[in-house]
Design a protein around this ligand. Structure first.
Ligand SMILES: [Zn+2]
Length: 364
């Protein structure tokens, strides 16, 4: 084989070799990228998500690790027990605002204003001015109909020795669960599965002082109350009470008020739990003659007062209730995650079902 030829041949061979290398590389690459997507689940599943709707994959974005990370910050000493009107509560309000901005969830008030200001004059007993924190995902088909998810972010502050009432369960658990639920709805929106009805994330202040924040919101609603379909209120879902201690009993949550104003809401809540979270739904505190009167003691009640169907999610009281010992290290994160997922699935169903919930109950 002459040199020229050889050269030509080798050149040809080299060229062929190069082409072969490029070809095989491109084949390998395309194979590789397929593997990458299967490995990193997300892009693969996002491809899948774009097509087939898989609600559970959105619920799975609600994780105990993220809840824990959020809660150790939110219920840490830095926020000084989040007493209404005090610096610690203001830091907590900024924390929530930044969390929503980071998720790309806007404020219903527009721009950078996530706070519904409550003037000092609205409060009694020398409480300083404060703010509710609001974030909003606009519905894709029925944007005027509003599903509210609420939790109070204030707590009782510090004692006169400077000990902080961290309020990890009360109501740090409800507050950070809302952030994770919001993230799940954002993930769905990104994949073209945004909620048909709008979702309002309402973090209220002044609950410990007398349900002030939710009272102020329902007296000064950002969205007409007549367009508000339901309020799902979370207050203390991070612990296990005495009545449910023991492995066989702890897979529970108390539901209060689900059947008071809308039978459909009650049945829907049962159905999504049967289908997805399989918690023991305990209605002990839902009894009309419940001596604890929990139905009247958290922020959902200000919505129920306006004939808006509500569900109150609660784990019952425990020894650390309103003590400086209500700290993030005591939280049952896996159980809290499951309870937060129940709220997500219920909100999802209310926001996406064809017909608006029918109010068939009697306002008390
Ligand atoms: Zn509370």
């Amino acid at each position: 084989m002459s040199l020229n030829l050889y050269i030509a041949y080798t050149k040809y061979n080299n060229k062929m070799r190069d082409i072969l290398i490029i070809f095989s590389l491109s084949v390998l690459y395309s194979c590789g990228s397929w593997h990458d997507s299967s490995n990193s689940g997300s892009s693969n599943s996002s491809k899948a998500k774009k097509g087939k709707l898989d609600i559970t994959s959105y619920a799975e974005t609600i994780t105990s690790n993220e809840l824990k990370t959020y809660l150790f910050k939110f219920a840490g000493d830095e926020f000084e027990g989040r007493d209404t009107g005090e610096p610690g509560q203001k830091k907590a309000a900024d924390f929530l605002k930044e969390a929503y901005k980071k998720m790309g969830i806007p404020s219903p008030m527009g721009g950078d204003d996530y706070f519904q200001e409550i003037p000092e004059s609205y409060f009694r007993g020398g409480i300083k001015s404060s703010e509710n924190v609001l974030a909003y995902i606009k519905g894709t088909e029925k944007p005027d109909e509003i599903v509210v998810i609420s939790a109070h972010y204030d707590h009782v502050g510090m004692d006169n020795k400077g000990n902080v009432f961290n309020g990890a369960d009360d109501d740090g658990s409800g507050t950070v669960s809302m952030l994770e639920i919001a993230e799940a709805f954002v993930e769905a929106s990104k994949n073209g599965h945004g909620p048909k009805r709008s979702i309002l994330f309402l973090h209220v202040t002044g609950e410990e002082k007398g349900l002030y924040g939710s009272k102020y919101y329902t007296e000064n609603p950002v969205f007409p109350l007549e367009n508000t379909v339901t309020d799902l209120n979370i207050d203390m879902i991070g612990r296990i009470d005495k009545a449910h201690e023991g492995d066989d009993k702890s897979n529970y949550v108390y539901l209060i008020g689900s059947d008071r104003l809308s039978t459909e809401l009650h049945n829907l809540s049962e159905e999504v739990n049967d289908k997805y979270t399989k918690l023991n739904l305990d209605y002990t505190y839902n009894a009309k003659d419940d001596p604890n009167r929990f139905y009247y003691r958290s922020d959902h009640y200000n919505f129920a007062k306006h004939n808006i169907p509500i569900i109150f999610y609660f784990n019952g009281v425990h020894d650390d209730y309103h003590q400086i010992s209500d700290t993030p290290d005591k939280i049952e994160y896996d159980l809290m995650t499951k309870r937060a997922k129940l709220v997500f699935y219920t909100a999802w169903e209310v926001a996406n079902r064809e017909n608006r919930l029918v109010v068939d109950g009697v306002k008390e």
